[in-house]
Write a protein of this length. Structure first.
Length: 410
């Protein structure tokens, strides 16, 4: 098979992995100037926290796999067309794309060939050749094979900017049903190795180890796992494994799927709400259990989770912007981390008024029912029966407008 045919198959096979963003990397050299957001075979686009578009060559080393995960298009029993790169071919492709300023780095994953150790050795060979033989200074994100030997994982951290190990499903019972070759304990053991390597790499004088951290991915909607279960699992990973980011990927029906898999994909808005809830846990001080209830363990789809929380806890509002602390301010719908920081600075000099919120570009329609400022008190507005429906309509407008979880203002 020629290289173009391999690229077509293995770039397409890599598209199901969402955990390839490059945010958090300092870079081994300055980013190339004039890098275009070029569409092309195998090129994916990620966005850093400051909004910069980063292009990566996103590939599988091979879509052969000895595992038979029911949700995976590349599972052993699938009838897809197979292909395999040699490590030298991946190195050549990466360097050629990089020299032409099409990409800033490489995201490389693989099906399991022979066994986990052999597969990990092949991925390492690509990264090691790029770094040592060619002086490659771009970004490298390697998928780590959970059952690989710890020493191989530690070597991967030397050459890669980021490592990721996909949890895929939040409960062992889900893995038993859909991915019988995988076990959470094995995944967590590999995450421990990466976590410890990152901690050691941050010590003074130590060589860098995966400086952009580690990431993981969970599939949404392939099982009956609720949003509460997924958020609790992701919060645990942030706390115990020092995960940089958990990515959520809506389940996509695949050809010849197992009969107990859902016949249709979950609504993409569910994936979006999980990202918003994850953002609230990471940056707004919410506990994962606060965002759902026992009666409703899934996030509401028509309003964002922060607004949903505020409507369920109307007794905590309105919040006085001239008196409340940072934690209380961050729970006001429409006030983001940056807005709260500016409000705390401004009120040292004068009392906050509605005009100040306008200048801060706070969405007043969303925020005013929940706050008090010098020239505004909501009165009985919080008790209006139609408040939820009115705010839900505004949320839909925001959803398709400029504001999103990526902007950091919820």
């Amino acid at each position: 098979m020629d290289l173009n045919a391999k690229l077509s198959i293995l770039a397409d096979a890599a598209k199901y992995d969402a955990s390839c963003a490059s945010s958090g990397a300092g870079g081994r050299r300055a980013s190339p100037q004039g890098l275009g957001s070029t569409e092309g075979m195998g090129i994916c686009h990620s966005y850093t926290p400051d909004g910069r578009c980063v292009s990566l060559l996103k590939l599988l080393l091979t879509n052969y796999c000895v595992y038979d995960c029911r949700y995976c298009i590349n599972r052993r029993s699938s009838g897809v067309r197979r292909a395999r790169f040699t490590p030298a071919e991946v190195v050549w492709l990466t360097l050629e794309f990089y020299r032409r300023n099409y990409i800033e780095g490489l995201f490389l994953s693989s099906g399991i060939i022979r066994d986990p150790d052999y597969t990990m050795e092949q991925l390492l060979l690509v990264a090691r050749q790029l770094r040592l033989d060619h002086g490659f200074a771009g970004y490298i994100h390697l998928k780590t094979i959970p059952n690989a030997a710890p020493e191989l994982i530690r070597q991967a951290g030397r050459w890669a900017d980021r490592l990721s190990i996909n949890v895929e499903l939040p409960r062992q019972q889900d893995l038993d049903a859909l991915a019988p070759d995988k076990a959470l304990v094995q995944i967590q053991r590999a995450m421990h190795v990466v976590r410890d390597g990152i901690v050691e790499g941050q010590e003074r004088g130590a060589p860098p180890f995966a400086p952009a951290g580690q990431a993981t991915q969970m599939i949404v909607g392939a099982t009956d796992a609720t949003d509460a279960v997924m958020l609790e699992a992701s919060a645990g990973l942030y706390a115990t494994e020092r995960i940089k980011r958990v990515y959520f990927s809506a389940y996509s029906p695949i050809p010849d799927a197992a009969p107990h898999l859902p016949p249709i994909a979950p609504p993409l808005i569910r994936e979006h709400r999980l990202y918003q809830a994850d953002w609230l846990v990471r940056f707004y001080g919410y506990a994962s259990r606060e965002l759902t209830t026992e009666q409703s363990p899934n996030l509401e789809l028509d309003i964002d989770p922060k607004l949903s929380y505020a409507l369920r806890h109307r007794d905590l509002f309105p919040v006085d912007l001239n008196r409340a602390g940072r934690r209380e301010l961050l729970r006001v719908p429409g006030l983001g981390v940056r807005s709260v920081k500016r409000i705390l600075g401004m009120r040292r000099w004068h009392r906050i008024r509605v005009g100040d919120l306008v200048r801060l570009r706070v969405p007043l329609g969303r925020a005013l029912p929940f706050l008090i400022v010098a020239d505004h008190t909501p009165g009985a507005e919080l008790e209006r029966l139609d408040l939820r429906s009115r705010l839900a309509r505004r949320d839909q407008l925001d959803l398709f407008g400029a504001r999103s979880a990526r902007s950091g203002e919820l």
